[in-house]
Design a protein around this ligand. Structure first.
Ligand code: A2P
Length: 350
């Protein structure tokens, strides 16, 4: 069977990568529709060398579509994905719109592929920072059990979309030209809040809006999505998770400093390395003697999650630090979405 695929948000930072990842995927594609807002209608993009004209998204856009890959923002997903499902499509959604719905699987194939079978037309892709963290931690959890996760993120500008990436470029240019960049920020830290600050030559400890308890919504997502993916319960108590999320002036690829404790206090760093070396989707880059460790510039364009800087907390048995990097637009978004669609197809779930 061949599939009609629609990409919703095809002109965005993630959408353009969804096109590339779909070109390279195992999914037999009959026809591809590239959907965006009215602003982009008529724009020419291409799929496998053939020109494709971008169309404005309407409910009728999903007539005859088998698979929807979407990354056009939560409100756009909320509006259009139920229309697509009504028309018989299966949607893999990269936005946060449906992630916490009880009947929507939240899936990272390396961790909980089996959850795909419970879909009712929508599968959610987790947040980019959550994805790379669970890819690195799930093999450790499987081997040794996991008690607690304390994560601090170093997140790239592109996680906030193409416009944030453009804003970082412009601010960097302005700064180097000796101009005042403070006046111009319009996007970061988040479109959803009132004030905006420059990211160039700066750090912003705000990703998404704040909750009443002082955590940012990005931090909330890392905590509750991790529990839903690993334990199938967004409020599970079996693993304690806490997070600090920071935007850094890097264009693409998120870094994460992760402190974690395992159930077995006798576990060694060598045992962790042995597990991670063979873990699906993980590339171990951990050789301090030769200054080998994951870096964003080396992760750009790769589907893998890179892990290094593994160290035992000498004062706490069973506690460790590690450093994890992945391309937030690929494993954190476009690739995980296409990978979920590949597994749906391979498992006969579409
Ligand atoms: P457009 O380029 O026409 O605005 P990013 O995450 O990089 O900001 O990209 C967001 C994507 O979502 C773009 O492809 C954008 O299309 C698309 N988009 C934004 N609003 C809508 C909408 N109302 N309907 C369909 N697509 C939308």
């Amino acid at each position: 069977k061949e599939y009609n695929v629609a990409i919703l948000g095809a002109t965005g930072a993630v959408g353009t990568r969804m096109i590339q990842q779909l070109e390279q995927s195992t999914i037999p594609v009959k026809n591809v529709k590239l959907l965006a807002s009215a602003k982009s209608a008529g724009k020419q993009l291409s799929f496998k060398g053939q020109p494709v004209t971008v169309e404005e998204t309407t409910p009728a856009s999903f007539d005859g579509v088998d698979i929807v890959l979407s990354s056009a923002g939560g409100s756009v997903s909320k509006k259009f994905l139920p229309e697509a499902v009504k028309r018989g499509a299966v949607c893999v959604d990269n936005t946060s719109a449906f992630r916490m719905e009880p009947d929507v699987p939240l899936v990272v194939p390396e961790v909980n592929e089996e959850a795909l079978k419970d879909h009712h037309g929508i599968v959610a892709n987790p947040n980019c920072s959550t994805i790379q963290m669970v890819v690195a931690l799930e093999p450790i959890r499987q081997a040794f059990g996991l008690n607690q996760i304390i994560v601090s993120t170093y997140q790239a500008a592109s996680g906030a979309g193409q416009s944030a990436l453009n804003e970082l470029r412009q601010e960097s240019q302005d700064y180097l030209d000796g101009k005042d960049m403070k006046a111009d920020a319009k996007i970061l830290p988040t479109k959803g809040d009132k004030k905006h600050y420059p990211l160039a030559f700066n750090l912003l400890p705000q990703i998404d809006v704040f909750e009443d308890d002082g955590y940012s919504h990005e931090e909330w997502k890392m905590i509750h999505e991790t529990k839903k993916i690993m334990l199938n319960d967004m409020n599970a108590k079996d693993i304690k998770v806490t997070a600090t999320c920071v935007r850094v002036p890097v264009p693409i690829a998120h870094g994460e400093s992760i402190y974690f404790t395992v159930d077995d206090p006798t576990v060694t760093v060598d045992q962790l390395r042995a597990v991670l070396k063979d873990a699906p989707g993980v590339v171990l880059q951990d050789d301090p003697a030769h200054q080998v460790y994951p870096q964003p510039i080396n992760a750009v364009g790769k589907r893998d999650t890179f892990v290094g800087r593994l160290r035992a907390d000498e004062e706490t048995p069973g506690a460790f630090n590690m450093w994890v990097v992945a391309d937030n637009l690929l494993k954190g978004a476009a690739w995980n979405t296409v990978e979920n669609a590949e597994r749906l197809v391979a498992n006969g779930l579409i």
